[in-house]
Design a protein around this ligand. Structure first.
Ligand code: 9MR
Length: 367
């Protein structure tokens, strides 16, 4: 199948837009995605934000009905959980964990070690030749608190970065790498395994999905790193494919994506789509045309992902366009001022074509 290039997309989109614009069949209020996922062995989930969950009933209702697993968008990052070296604050995270428990939903943990969302004191401490305990104490405290309630933990996040131009495409600019070299990854996985042996331990990675040379380098960096970790008996068990897809900006190829998933599977590791959304900042002004492009890319992408027996499911990075991080991120904002349409439900909590294609993709795996 040819690569999904911007030009080929524009040509196809222009030709088919007219008859692809259809009314979604999923009515608001149905548990469509959750039910569809439950019929497969796969999960469907969403990132959740405590600050909206507590004030927006419609949002809470949508999450409760549609998602079989939740992940905190910010609340389990170290900046939120450990604002000072001697102080933890679990309030916001607990709000989401309680909500999930009440609604019979699983939880993902995101993320123990990341170069972003770090409290200031931690950045300073990493400058001072820290001991391993700066990683292990934190992981032990947090993982043990939520032990038994977490399906999987993103132990490390975004450890590859081609822009650093470093050997193996490692993110050498990370304060963690500067303090420990690559061994911070080993330390983190061992600590997580010890603190919560039942959670599936993930390496979560960004921008691995595009059919672009830079993305191929990220895939290579990821696979080479996995090989080194596995050789050192580091308990990495799964790879998170974030899937912040750039619908009108980067090329996509079923073959390339499929091969990457196979490479991961051949190492005995699981895969999960962990942060899917489909940016549309460069797309046409007509929302229906953008919805069609988003739905058709998601269909191709998920059909490949769900064809693999080692895929665990898909999480979208939010559920309604109303609260997407893309709307407040300058490089993804639309010049015409329209909000993004990158998530399954629109700003009025109505399902879009994306929901229908997701349902169809889950349907392919139904038992
Ligand atoms: O969507 C998240 C945004 O609200 C936060 O400000 C930001 C920093 O904590 O993180 C965003 O989520 C990121 C995720 O944690 C890791 N992958 C990329 C996501 C989008 O930036």
């Amino acid at each position: 199948m040819p690569a999904f290039t911007r030009r080929s997309f524009m040509t196809v989109a222009a030709g088919v837009a007219a008859h692809l614009v259809a009314t979604p069949t999923t009515a608001q209020g149905q548990r469509a995605l959750r039910d569809a996922a439950d019929k497969t062995g796969l999960l469907y989930g969403s990132a959740a934000a405590a600050k909206f969950l507590t004030v927006d009933e419609q949002y809470a209702d949508l999450l409760a009905k549609q998602a079989s697993i939740l992940v905190c968008e910010a609340e389990t990052k170290r900046k939120a959980l450990q604002p000072a070296p001697d102080r933890y604050d679990f309030n916001a995270a607990d709000t989401i964990f309680r909500f999930a428990q009440k609604n019979g939903q699983k939880m993902r943990g995101h993320t123990f070690v990341w170069h972003d969302a770090m409290p200031e004191w931690l950045i300073d401490a990493l400058d001072q030749k820290p001991r391993d305990t700066i990683i292990t104490d934190y992981i032990s405290t947090v993982a043990k608190r939520y032990r038994g309630r977490v399906h999987s933990w993103d132990v490390v996040n975004e450890v590859i970065n081609i822009e650093d131009r470093a050997p193996g495409f490692m993110r050498t600019s990370s304060p963690w790498y500067k303090a420990f070299g690559e061994s911070y990854i080993d330390i983190a996985f061992h600590a997580a395994k010890q603190a919560d042996p039942d959670a599936i331990l993930f390496l979560n990675e960004l921008n691995t999905e595009a059919n672009e040379r830079w993305s191929a380098n990220i895939r290579k960096g990821t696979l080479d790193l996995l090989d080194r970790l596995l050789k050192r008996n580091v308990p990495v068990e799964a790879v998170g494919i974030q899937a912040h897809l750039k619908t009108f900006r980067t090329a996509y190829s079923d073959e390339v994506f499929s091969q990457f998933l196979d490479e991961i599977g051949s190492r005995g590791l699981k895969v999960m789509i962990t942060e899917m959304d489909l940016a549309d900042s460069d797309g046409p002004a007509d929302p229906e045309q953008r919805d069609d492009a988003i739905a058709s890319l998601a269909k191709r992408f998920l059909n490949v992902a769900f064809s693999k027996p080692h895929t665990l499911g898909c999480i979208t990075w939010g559920i309604t366009d109303k609260y997407s991080w893309l709307n407040s991120t300058p490089k993804y904002q639309r010049a015409d001022g329209q909000l993004c349409r990158s998530l399954p439900f629109d700003v009025n909590y109505q399902p879009k074509r994306l929901v229908d294609t997701m349902l169809a993709s889950y349907g392919l795996r139904a038992k």
